[in-house]
Design a binder for this molecule. Structure first.
Ligand code: HMG
Length: 392
């Protein structure tokens, strides 16, 4: 049977960050609550000149060849930070990246689950059309509001994946188990830029959905915990993955200790970026393949995807090729070049946005070195620009 999965993968986050110790001090919180209790170190602050579209383009541009752009037959854009209520971000992305116009381009929304829905659709499509490629992106800005309990779990960025037959990185297995239910744990009403959340309830539901889909997966496939080299989680904050592991394993067990070691590698990038919403699970996957020197070809990786509202899915994949440095070096380079903001600077940037009407507006793009930027709005159209000589 033909193998299908992730052939190429890229990541982008903006050039600003906030140190969570600075945030803790400003909010009169013990820094260990954020560092240990939440499991975060730095939080991406998204430059106003970046949106879901530009971040997705910046995440894709370094790995797509001209041949890939011709072979792509579908562009699936998972986001809950869409730039338009009607037109999909995928069509903007197609134009910015110069992807084949004889393709299907659309957006998927189900909170943080959108990119997983996209990945599964892409795999099914390529199983039927093995010569075609599908571009799947998850791109979001996680916002809860200044001085809210959710503030420490903000972040943002994009992960982009090329799904093909005979993939270079990981083959995704056909069986997956899923569960959905109408739950009010986290939502963002049409009128609001910030998410509303019932924080502790959302943690509970996340764990319930994980346990349900994980146990059903074991039942359907006959697999056992020791078949998995690593378990990956949607990471709204990295402590959530620890909670996930503890919910199925005794902390003193060898299996817990073994999986925790791999998880430490899998949370490295997420701890320095924060919640990406749709991209978080896949940033954790990137973090694993970039930082884990114990992985080998054939290893089985379990993925738990969760999107509030709520949808959960557990699936798995087998590692194809390992090349840690190929993924680690560019991301470390990008993260190390970010500019640290003071809390006051972050609070100021947080408020900058396009006016909430149809007026023309121009951003100052001088501080944004990314390849693709949002320069503003003219005659009701969003204006995107490619700055080819200023890449990060
Ligand atoms: P909170 O009430 O401020 O925090 O909100 P807390 O009091 O629960 O403390 C957090 C942890 O820090 C606790 O550990 C404390 O014990 C510990 P836990 O019991 O959880 O293991 N702690 C300390 N540790 C060390 N030293 C200290 C210290 N003090 C306390 N001094 C909450 C936390 C996560 C609820 C809040 O930030 C929030 O509402 N975040 C947003 C919601 C969220 O991320 N939910 C996650 C599940 S839902 C999901 O993943 C979907 C989502 O990504 C959206 C989507 O799908 O689109 C969010």
């Amino acid at each position: 049977m033909i193998e299908v999965g992730i052939d190429k993968i890229g990541f982008y986050t903006s050039n600003y960050y906030l140190d969570v110790v600075d945030l803790a001090k400003a909010r009169n919180v013990d820094p260990n609550k954020y560092l240990i209790g939440i499991g975060q170190k730095k939080q991406a602050v998204i430059n106003p000149t970046q949106d879901a579209v530009t971040m997705a383009a910046n995440a894709s541009i370094n790995f797509l060849t001209e041949q890939d752009k011709q072979d792509i037959k579908m562009i699936i854009f998972g986001t809950e930070t869409g730039v338009d209520n009607s037109k999909s971000a995928a069509v903007y992305l197609q134009n910015l990246l110069g992807i084949n116009k004889s393709s299907k381009a659309f957006e998927i929304k189900q909170a943080c689950y959108g990119a997983t829905a996209g990945l599964q659709i892409a795999c099914d499509y390529v199983r039927l059309h093995p010569d075609d490629k599908v571009l799947v992106v998850g791109s979001d800005i996680a916002r809860y509001g200044i001085k809210t309990p959710g503030e420490i779990t903000q972040g943002g960025g994009a992960v982009s994946m090329l799904v093909t037959a005979n993939p270079e990185i990981i083959a995704i297995n056909e069986t997956s188990t899923f569960y959905s239910e109408d739950i009010m744990d986290f939502w963002r009403p049409i009128y609001s830029r910030n998410a509303l959340v019932d924080g502790h309830y959302s943690n509970e539901i996340y764990l319930q959905f994980f346990q349900k889909t994980y146990h059903e997966y074991l039942q359907q496939t006959g697999k056992k915990i020791d078949d998995f080299a690593a378990l990956l989680f949607h990471l709204p904050f990295t402590k959530m993955g620890i909670k996930g592991l503890k919910s199925i394993l005794d902390e003193d067990s060898d299996e817990y200790k073994r999986l925790l070691e791999h998880f430490e590698n899998a949370r490295n990038f997420n701890a320095n970026v924060g919640n990406l919403y749709t991209g978080s699970l896949y940033l954790s996957f990137l973090s694993l393949i970039a930082n884990d020197h114990g992985l080998k070809t054939g290893d089985l990786i379990g993925f738990f995807s969760y999107g509030s509202g709520a949808q959960g899915e557990f699936f798995s994949g087998n590692i194809k090729n390992i090349d840690n440095d190929k993924y680690r070096l560019p991301i470390e380079n990008m993260l190390s070049k970010r500019k640290k903001l003071s809390v006051a600077e972050y609070e100021k940037i947080y408020e900058i946005t396009l006016p909430n009407d149809n007026s023309d507006f121009e951003f100052d793009i001088s501080d944004d070195k990314a390849r693709f930027v949002l320069t503003g709005r003219k005659n009701g159209h969003l204006v995107y620009e490619e700055q080819s000589d200023r890449m990060l």
